[in-house]
Ligand binder design. Structure first.
Ligand code: MG
Length: 456
């Protein structure tokens, strides 16, 4: 597997499920074994399966499916859908799920993600049970007349969109007739997000909505460098809002009506400000902007900081009965709807707010506390534990928080350094009210990390 988790030995499930290269890491035999392990863990109960648009999806899907059926699980094939649509199906029908997706990774990757019967990603302790079944090949195959069957379902998208519509003021949004440009990046939301927007009476123009399976139009990670077409069309097209999803559409990022990219943490802060009240709880990782902290203080809400990773945020939200949570990369989790990141739900919440206030998205963002996060990265060339301890001992590090990686706290900002969950790199974030300081801090620690790794 390509997953890297600090000093821990390689494991089956990384931060976001299993990721790898089909016919290499994800061989047919491997996928069958994963399917057998999941179905054995689920005691042969019914499992919903969905997938993103990747061209290797047929191969990985079929292989995992064979494993599930061999243990006696019946499978509901939901087809190509955003990951949160599969999760919503699992939550409302109270069944386990499997999603074949590698989210925003390049097209040569694919992945397998297991979903609990409450719609959330499985807890680490539950994943370990599946890993143990996998390692020991402790499968429970059934006799021929108990082998599972497959049933195709075509109403899961309607079910998902109806769920989202029930959480916003549909009539109010419909009256505004927003003009919206949506770049689905050849991904799993190519039908569902335009359908949601049409249901909200938006005038929709879709970009890169051909599900070619190879992400030929743009890289699947929705960051400004990959969204140049969307951004330039927003500058000329007289749209109220630009939207971009990652490959499996659990995330949404936005472009304002002037063509300016909106950082994910600003969207999260905006949504938090508009849904929380006194004593509500908000959950976000250590990597998110202090603007959320400021908003929570103003609203009398409690902010809980966690390690990075959507499943951790989701689980903490459930434990703490939190109203809302999310990450700075465009993943918003709205607890009333479901405890997982949901790109289309985020879209509906933003449109709801635009309709309620009558304000353009740029003005709503301009009212928020202004902070800057500068994101850089470096190759991880040594053991993460050794790098962490070398960093902790540097004279540049005075106060630090170790919730996840190392967060170096300074008077006018912070620097977060942590290993990626999916690639052999370290992420280095600089954060401050001042863009110059955020840039300086991140650059300073890119040099320090290079210096430490150069001396090994
Ligand atoms: Mg994703």
């Amino acid at each position: 597997m390509v997953s890297v988790e600090g000093r821990k030995p390689p494991r089956l499930f990384g931060t976001n499920g299993i990721r790898g290269f089909p016919n290499q890491d994800l061989s047919a035999e491997f996928c069958v074994k994963v399917g057998k392990s999941i179905a054995t863990y689920c005691k042969g109960s019914t499992i919903a399966m969905g997938r993103d648009t990747r061209s290797t999806g047929d191969f990985v899907f079929s292989s995992v499916l064979a494993g599930l059926l061999s243990i006696g699980s019946n499978v509901l094939d939901l087809g190509v859908l955003p990951t949160p649509a599969v999760q919503y199906y699992c939550k409302t029908k109270k069944i386990f799920g499997v999603v074949i997706t590698a989210s925003h990774n390049p097209p040569e990757f694919n992945g397998i993600k297991s979903v609990d019967s409450d719609g959330t990603e499985l807890d680490r302790s539950e994943e370990e049970k599946i890993e143990e079944i996998f390692q020991k090949e402790n499968f429970k195959p059934v006799v021929w007349n108990s082998i599972g069957r497959v049933r195709g379902l075509n109403d899961a998208m309607n079910h998902y969109v109806d769920g989202i519509l029930s959480r916003v003021d549909v009539d109010n949004i419909r009256r505004k007739e927003f003009r919206v440009l949506v770049d689905v990046g050849n991904g799993a939301s190519y039908q569902s997000t335009p359908f949601l927007l049409e249901s909200l009476n938006c005038k929709v123009v879709s970009l890169n909505a051909n599900p070619d399976g190879k992400f030929t139009s743009r890289n699947s990670e929705p960051k400004p460098a990959n969204l140049t077409d969307l951004i330039s069309l927003m500058k000329t097209g007289n749209f109220s809002l630009g939207i971009a999803h990652d490959g499996d559409a659990d995330r949404a990022v936005f472009i304002d009506e002037k063509g300016e990219f909106i950082d994910g943490d600003k969207t999260l802060t905006l949504v938090v400000e508009n849904v929380v009240g006194r004593n509500d709880k908000v959950v976000t990782p250590v990597s998110s902007s202090d603007a959320i902290e400021e908003i929570c203080r103003k609203k009398g809400a409690e902010l809980i900081r966690t390690k990075v990773g959507a499943p951790i945020v989701s689980r903490t939200m459930i434990q703490e009965k939190a109203k809302i949570g999310g990450e700075e990369n465009g993943g918003v989790i709205f607890g009333e709807h479901q405890y997982c990141r949901d790109g289309a739900m985020t879209v509906a919440l933003v449109l709801n707010l635009m309709a309620k206030t009558g304000m353009p998205i740029s003005s709503l963002i301009a009212k928020l506390p202004a902070y800057t996060i500068v994101k850089k990265e470096a190759h991880l060339r040594m053991d993460w534990g050794k790098l962490l301890s070398a960093l902790s001992n540097r004279r540049e590090v005075d106060k630090a928080d170790f919730t996840d990686g190392i967060k170096i706290l300074r008077e006018d900002g912070w620097i977060l350094i942590r290993p990626s969950g999916t690639e052999p790199i370290v992420r280095i974030y600089g954060h401050s009210r001042s863009p110059e300081i955020a840039e300086k801090y991140s650059g300073e620690f890119v040099s320090i990390v290079a210096e430490i790794q150069g001396h090994t």
